[in-house]
Design a binder for this molecule. Structure first.
Ligand SMILES: [Zn+2]
Length: 481
């Protein structure tokens, strides 16, 4: 982390909201100028918008068109601001697992997203932006948690042993960042363990029991599965802190996880496009790092939604990253900007988020067992299938999964489906769900009929519930995830 960057971040946190707003406007004007001069994609999108000059004043963000992930990804080579970066080259880099944790062209951190809109994206971050993300993490996100005596001492005694359960075998953000840190300081390997959410729960439990992490991170669905294992006595760890990220953490889930592990549960909200978008303060509220990000709550026509009202979606602007500018970029999350200031007296706006709400799938086996399947894990298996552009998985019976997908242009859809079905069946069988029928739906990915939101993985009414009482009263059914 650059000391200058950390200092800049620290100083902004001491400012009044008006000063932060001024900083934000200046950084936006710089970013827009940079994007329209270095990115053919933005040059084209902004061609009718006058360049900000002395007379036209600061850039009014609402005059800029919103961009969508599918559209921007279609124009990837024009979107990026370095002509040395080409989609074909980046994809070759991503296809090589040995490159995880290395910087592309020695100067860009690359990650892929498992998209909450069903379309995966490739995101590059320049090293200056990465320094900002790190500074936001160390200067703002960490202290409210670390300065608590019930966290700091166990952390010191446990030498900071950190375990995280995420999708590990790919260039996903958490994985890439962790691999990068281990690469730069190999001793960290002993202190950090990344476990795959795609593995069997028994294996994850075994590794965690042996490693005894002081900090446990993961998707809420993975943490809930582990909380259940802890309650059942199979998992025996005593973390000082549990951190949830990647999916929406509901209050109920937070309570269940916190009770099972008897510790504080932290919540992280950000995206691969906007790393370090928020931090959770000492009052457990999410604050937007508005000196480096602009998060706009919008309705279904991308028009502003006032504070206090739940939005339909949100537009995010990342003021730190230049290589692949993210300006008014649609993310599907519904947010509420709180009209009042937080009790922590921090100058940054407080938001409430209902973002990714995929379901944990539960399949019944003929023997009466229930197999739990984590949504991000199974979605990744589907999305990583060559030729798949977008997908959606719907459980519609105790042992039935319906797959909706779109293919990339120029591929044979029947062939893609063959591979996709085989991969999903093999993955489910590996978890013990041997007899799930995996069927193709003729429809492409759909918005949810009731909420109108896109849910990538969900259970239809009438399928088994993941965390409720067991439907059969037989003693000790085997629980898997
Ligand atoms: Zn606060």
């Amino acid at each position: 982390m650059g000391t200058d960057t950390a200092w800049t971040v620290f100083r902004a946190g001491r400012q009044r909201p008006a000063a932060i707003a001024a900083l934000q406007r200046r950084r936006l004007a710089d970013l827009v100028t940079y994007a329209r001069t270095h990115s053919a994609y933005y040059a084209d999108r902004y061609r009718d918008i006058p360049a900000p000059g002395a007379r036209s004043g600061p850039t009014d963000i609402t005059r800029l068109p919103a961009i969508t992930k599918p559209d921007a990804m279609t124009h990837f080579d024009d979107w990026v601001t370095d002509p040395a970066v080409r989609r074909a080259g980046v994809e070759a880099f991503l296809a090589d697992p040995a490159q995880v944790g290395r910087d592309y062209l020695d100067r860009y951190v690359v990650c892929t997203t498992s998209g909450s809109t069903g379309t995966p994206a490739i995101l590059l971050h320049d090293l200056r932006a990465v320094a900002v993300y790190n500074a936001l993490g160390y200067v703002r996100a960490l202290p409210p948690t670390l300065l608590r005596s019930d966290v700091i001492w166990p952390l010191v005694r446990g030498r900071g042993r950190l375990a995280a359960v995420f999708v590990t075998d790919g260039h996903f953000l958490g994985n890439t960042m962790m691999a990068r840190r281990v690469r730069s300081k190999p001793w960290r390997r002993r202190m950090q363990r990344l476990l795959s959410a795609l593995a069997r729960i028994e294996d994850i439990v075994g590794e965690l029991n042996a490693f005894q992490p002081v900090v446990l991170g993961g998707y809420p669905s993975a943490l809930e599965a582990l909380a259940r294992e802890q309650r059942a006595g199979r998992l025996r760890i005593a973390p000082a802190l549990v951190n949830a990220a990647g999916e929406t953490l509901t209050d109920a889930a937070r309570q269940r996880i916190g009770t099972a592990f008897a510790c504080r549960v932290g919540n992280h909200y950000g995206t691969s496009e906007a790393v370090g978008l928020t931090y959770e303060c000492s009052a457990a509220q999410l604050h937007v790092n508005s000196d480096w990000y602009i998060l706009e709550p919008v309705d279904d026509h991308d028009q502003p939604v006032p504070p206090g009202r739940r939005s339909h979606g949100a537009l995010v602007t990342n003021l730190a990253n230049r290589i692949q500018p993210v300006i008014r970029y649609q993310i599907g999350d519904q947010i509420i900007v709180q009209p009042e200031r937080c009790s922590c007296a921090g100058p940054f706006p407080v938001i409430e988020v209902s973002g990714r709400t995929d379901d944990t799938l539960v399949f019944a086996t003929p023997a009466g067992d229930r197999i739990r399947v984590l949504p991000l894990a199974v979605a990744t298996v589907a999305e990583e299938t060559p030729g798949v552009a977008a997908c959606q998985l719907v459980q519609h019976g105790p042992a039935a999964l319906r797959v909706r997908f779109r293919t990339r242009p120029g591929v044979d859809a029947a062939q893609v489906w063959d591979v996709l079905r085989t991969r999903l069946s093999a993955y489910l069988a590996g978890l013990g769900a041997l007899e799930v029928s995996v069927e193709k739906d003729d429809l492409p990915p759909q918005l949810h009929p009731r909420s109108g939101k896109f849910r990538q993985v969900y259970r239809e009414h009438g399928t088994p519930r993941p965390f409720g009482p067991s439907p059969d009263a037989r003693p000790g059914p085997r629980m898997k995830t």
